[in-house]
Ligand binder design. Structure first.
Ligand code: GLY
Length: 250
């Protein structure tokens, strides 16, 4: 497996915020935590390709939003925040040797964080970042490859994957306050702990989950279905990013 990540921007203090109050971010600590994240991936035998940061893009560490990668193709997104649109250029360059590339065109906007890929289904959250035009474009691009697209309405979170992520072959962790669990056909759901609303974002690498150490009560629940690696991600959490946001997996 390959993970494409990107260094933390020195301008991360100006990251987009939608549902969070701005708090000071300790940049050296954010960098160290991100390096720990890359090391956790390497420990799981993932080849990590780290792209350089760019001070012009405060959110560039959150690479998940820049592309939707399937076995058959990679869709370069058109991120919903105008400040993030330019982040896609280096991701397209990194993915070009690995996949056939296609792109989302205006007026479509979509962030990869809104795309939950479960088997041959792409659940795509309608959000401030992702509109119906882009969802329709994705459906047209992936339908020839045998994928179904299911639009999902959710509330309270920036991205669908803030509210639901896969944690095993047949289960998801979700925040049931933010998304209706009955949408995800064929998957059982594990609710995050009610005191940890942002804990429904974990990164599944085979039988192991990378999760955020600041959500211990949810991670306890997830131990039932996976081996959990807890990492500190406090600083990027202040920039409204979770563990899935920081990599594109192929
Ligand atoms: N700060 C993460 C985002 O707004 O995309």
């Amino acid at each position: 497996m390959i993970a494409i990540t990107r260094e933390v921007s020195p301008s991360i203090a100006r990251a987009e915020l939608t549902h969070l109050e701005r708090l000071p971010i300790d940049y050296p600590r954010a960098v160290a935590q991100h390096e720990d994240y890359c090391d956790a991936l390497r420990e799981l035998d993932v080849e990590v390709r780290v792209l350089p940061a760019d001070a012009a893009y405060p959110d560039c560490v959150f690479v998940e939003d820049t592309a939707i990668v399937l076995d058959e193709l990679a869709i370069i997104t058109r991120p919903g925040a105008a400040s993030r649109r330019g982040e896609t250029t280096v991701m397209a360059e990194a993915l070009a040797p690995l996949r056939t590339l296609v792109t989302i065109e205006a007026p479509g906007t979509i962030d990869g964080g809104d795309v939950l890929h479960l088997g041959r289904t792409l659940y795509i959250g309608r959000s401030d970042r992702t509109n119906d035009d882009a969802i329709a474009q994705v459906a047209k691009l992936v339908q020839p490859h045998g994928y179904e697209v299911v639009p999902v309405t959710f509330h309270g979170a920036l991205h669908l994957k803030t509210a639901a992520t896969r944690v095993s072959e047949d289960s998801l962790v979700i925040n049931p306050e933010w998304v209706d669990r009955s949408i995800f056909r064929g998957f059982r759901t594990i609710a995050c702990h009610p005191d940890e609303p942002f804990a429904a974002n974990a990164l599944m690498i085979g039988p192991t989950l990378i999760g955020s150490a600041q959500y211990p009560r949810t991670l306890d629940r997830l131990q039932r279905v996976a081996s959990v690696m807890a990492i500190d991600s406090t600083e990027l959490a202040k920039a409204e990013g979770g563990v899935t946001c920081c990599s594109i997996l192929l």
